[in-house]
Design a protein around this ligand. Structure first.
Ligand code: FES
Length: 388
């Protein structure tokens, strides 16, 4: 491992420590959700996963840098046979450890052994409140019952029940049923997160983006349930996340580029956000560089730190310290230039892209879902090679 990454930063580093270390331990997953945020050519990396010891080295270096939260995600992290060992190593180093899972592949025994290894938190994701939509989205007929059973098992093992539902035009009208299922499961925290458009979701935008009316109705119903459940003394927390596409100002993505978040992909590439791999920027790999040099000195992490990279209207905007110009990946996907203002912002000259997506959402999608799976991913990888 060399001491420093090559590359001259184009901004002075203005950052502290990475609080959040996200270990994307694998891109492999038994499900095929059409909104998966993994890179579209994920299959190219399936034989390049870091070893157990390489991951533990990354965790040690992360703690030295000041990271306190360690997330295990993927793909489906449970497909890693060494997950229990990785959890134990993370906990021993003093991290607060968090498993983000679809619940598929989870068993009562695994939950018990994760608990014994010190896992602090488990989040189970659902595709819908009913079996048929869940099967349609996940591509698995068995997934729904498995998720129900595992969500109950997580709670039975003394964990808070933390559920995540990705909502979109095919399930958002059943938000009441989703909330009722969560109440039935005695959930403690529920994230009702409207799909964001990264990875595979970009190609399925028209299939997934709800209309403004659908979104407003879902938010109203969620608020009504919040009041009703609070009046009944139910402590459940319903967190409603609106999609960027219906905002007029961009989000402060990742709390600012390279400020608190560091993700390491299955093959060891270190990124300031889970989508940055698509950007025309060179990102360092933990097998070649220390995490300290990656965080503090690499060109990839310094690229959008500070404000000097900004163009107008961000450069003179009095909100730039609040939203940092929005999401670099979204700017790149929608305008072809990651230095541009995120088109979600109504001040962006590309905001019409967001407005036309909203208009398109009013019409029925004519195309079928493009599912995340090995075959589709290989086709992407072939296209990338053919066009480069
Ligand atoms: Fe990459 Fe927003 S997802 S900067």
């Amino acid at each position: 491992m060399s001491g420093a990454c090559q590359g001259k930063p184009n901004n002075p580093p203005t950052h502290g420590q990475p609080f959040w270390l996200l270990a994307e331990v694998t891109y492999r997953c038994p499900l095929q959700c059409p909104y998966c945020s993994n890179p579209k050519d994920f299959a190219s990396y399936n034989n390049q996963e870091l070893t157990t010891q390489q991951w533990i080295d990354v965790f040690e270096q992360g703690r030295k840098l000041g990271a306190v939260q360690l997330g295990f995600s993927g793909g489906e992290p449970i497909v890693r046979q060494d997950l229990n060992e990785l959890i134990g190593a993370g906990r021993e180093l003093g991290y607060y450890t968090n498993l983000i899972t679809s619940g598929v592949g989870l068993t009562e025994e695994k939950i018990k052994s994760f608990k014994k290894s010190g896992l602090d938190h488990i989040q189970v994701s659902f595709q819908a409140s009913d079996e048929s939509v869940n099967s349609l989205i996940s591509g698995s007929k068995k997934a729904f019952q498995q998720k129900l059973a595992m969500a109950k098992e997580v709670k039975a093992n003394g964990y808070p029940m933390v559920l995540n539902f990705v909502t979109h035009r095919h399930n958002i009208d059943r938000i009441d049923k989703i909330i009722e299922l969560c109440v039935e499961l005695k959930a403690d925290y529920v994230e009702l997160a409207t799909c964001q458009y990264y990875g595979w979701a970009v190609d399925n935008l028209h299939q997934l983006l709800p209309t403004q009316e659908q979104l407003a109705r879902a938010e109203r119903i969620t608020n009504e349930y919040r009041e009703k459940l609070a009046a009944e003394g139910n402590p459940i927390k319903l967190i409603f996340v609106t999609p960027d596409y219906y905002e007029e100002r961009p989000k402060a993505c990742m709390n600012g580029w390279g400020q608190i978040f560091l993700t390491v992909t299955p093959d060891g590439t270190a990124l300031p956000c889970h989508s940055a791999r698509m950007l025309p920027i060179e990102f360092p790999n933990v097998t070649e560089h220390s995490l300290e040099s990656i965080w503090n000195q690499s060109q990839g992490f310094n690229h959008f730190r500070g404000y000097s990279w900004m163009k107008e209207p961000c450069a003179s905007c009095d909100e730039k310290e609040k939203d940092f110009g929005g999401c670099r990946c979204q700017a790149f996907m929608l305008t072809g230039d990651a230095n541009n203002t995120d088109p979600v912002c109504s001040k962006s000259e590309h905001h019409d892209k967001i407005l036309s997506a909203r208009e398109q959402a009013k019409t029925d999608p004519q195309t079928p879902f493009l599912y995340r799976n090995e075959k589709n991913s290989r086709q992407y990888a072939d296209n990338i090679i053919a066009t480069s």
